[in-house]
Design a protein around this ligand. Structure first.
Ligand code: SF4
Length: 366
């Protein structure tokens, strides 16, 4: 898609995972055809920015050569699927995701944001991540299929039945007018009788913390952006180097070693992690301000969450932040305990004025 700095190219890793070879190819592609920046989205996708139109087909060929894209755009669009990142080969999540990928052609045309979550580990891990239809572990240890907006789902007895349930729900959504609602959560139609709300999901698991795990090193991606050289350093320095992409702007480097972090956070206390910032100018053509410089200046200066947004759309963070700065006409509006489109406490600040204001007015400012 077009963006302020050229084309933005989104890669949807298959099963949320890149092999070491694919990860390195992605880094090469980002540098050869784009700005060298790789974004990690809250849908566990990866994005390359700043690709000139004349390089688009070369980049696509490069991604196809390394198995990073589907064979056709229609399949790519339908493969809107989140997979719990700690799946193991052959487990329920792996089987479900593989079977659903094989059934993509059976899905109806769905609104662009409608997607699936395959979350069948020992307990749900993706409950806080946006998805319209889910397979989850139920409280009694079985599997259930659940439509977003409903606390309970339909118990199923096999992975085949679960995938069939997802496909049927997708058809029911479209046939019952789901395109008008756009997302399942907003869809008012009563669920069909063959999808009874009988089974409760198990209590959610805690999100894995940054650092070394038996599986590998979990690293944070501040502001959801990493440079190709930094990612390459981590991948090349790891024992295995395959990469699991999570929806929390964190990457799991399989077999990662603690001394190969590429300068990326491996500690939950890293102040860069409390700041959300969208690409801003010049990357997005709706932004009138640069966001990253201010975001970096604010990290560690403000207690609680911080959101720096290039405009009122607030792409980087939907929920309120303790402090939100929204760009408008080249300056910032300051919102306390709110979202990017909230009512500002102060308007029209330059970057320097923001920092000065916080020093004097924000309770624990610098
Ligand atoms: S919040 Fe605005 S400026 Fe930032 S990425 Fe979204 S549309 Fe662009």
């Amino acid at each position: 898609m077009a963006s302020g700095d050229g084309l933005l190219v989104r890669v949807r890793p298959f099963l949320g995972r890149l092999t070491r070879r694919q990860a390195l190819a992605l880094c090469d592609g980002a540098e050869r055809f784009g700005t060298g920046l790789i974004e990690v989205t809250n849908r566990a996708n990866l994005q390359l920015r700043g690709v000139p139109e004349q390089h688009w087909s070369e980049l696509l060929a490069h991604l196809a050569e390394h198995g990073l894209v589907d064979s056709d755009p229609d399949t790519e669009r339908r493969r809107n699927m989140l997979v719990t990142p700690d799946w193991q080969a052959g487990d329920d999540t792996h089987q479900l995701a593989t079977r659903l990928m094989a059934r993509l052609g059976d899905l109806p045309e769905l609104p662009g944001k409608v997607g699936f979550a395959i979350d069948a580990g020992t307990a749900p891990l993706l409950a806080g991540v946006s998805a319209d239809f889910r397979v989850e572990r139920s409280a009694d240890g079985g599997l259930l299929v659940r439509a977003d907006g409903h606390a309970r789902g339909t118990a199923v007895t096999s992975v085949e039945e679960a995938v069939e349930g997802l496909v049927r729900l997708a058809h029911w959504f479209v046939d019952s007018g789901g395109w008008e609602a756009g997302r399942m959560r907003r869809h008012q139609a009563l669920l069909p009788s063959w999808a009874p709300r009988q089974a409760l999901p198990a209590a959610c698991r805690d999100r894995p913390v940054l650092g070394q795990h038996p599986r590998g090193l979990l690293i944070g991606i501040p502001f959801g952006r990493v440079t190709a050289p930094a990612l390459r350093e981590v991948v090349q320095g790891a024992l295995v180097g395959d990469v699991r992409v999570t929806p929390w702007r964190r990457l799991w480097i399989e077999g990662g070693m603690p001394d190969c972090t590429g300068g990326l956070p491996t500690d939950e206390e890293d102040p860069r992690l409390v700041v959300d910032a969208c690409p801003g100018a010049p990357w997005c053509n709706q932004a009138s301000v640069e966001t990253r410089r201010l975001a970096e200046a604010l990290a560690s200066q403000v207690p609680g969450s911080v959101h720096v947004s290039g405009c009122r759309k607030g792409c980087a963070r939907r929920q309120p932040a303790a402090l939100c700065l929204t760009g408008r006409d080249g300056r910032f509006d300051l919102i306390v305990e709110g979202r990017a489109d909230g009512v500002p406490e102060v308007t029209g600040l330059s970057e320097a004025e923001v920092l000065d204001y916080l020093k004097h007015h924000f309770p624990a400012g610098a």
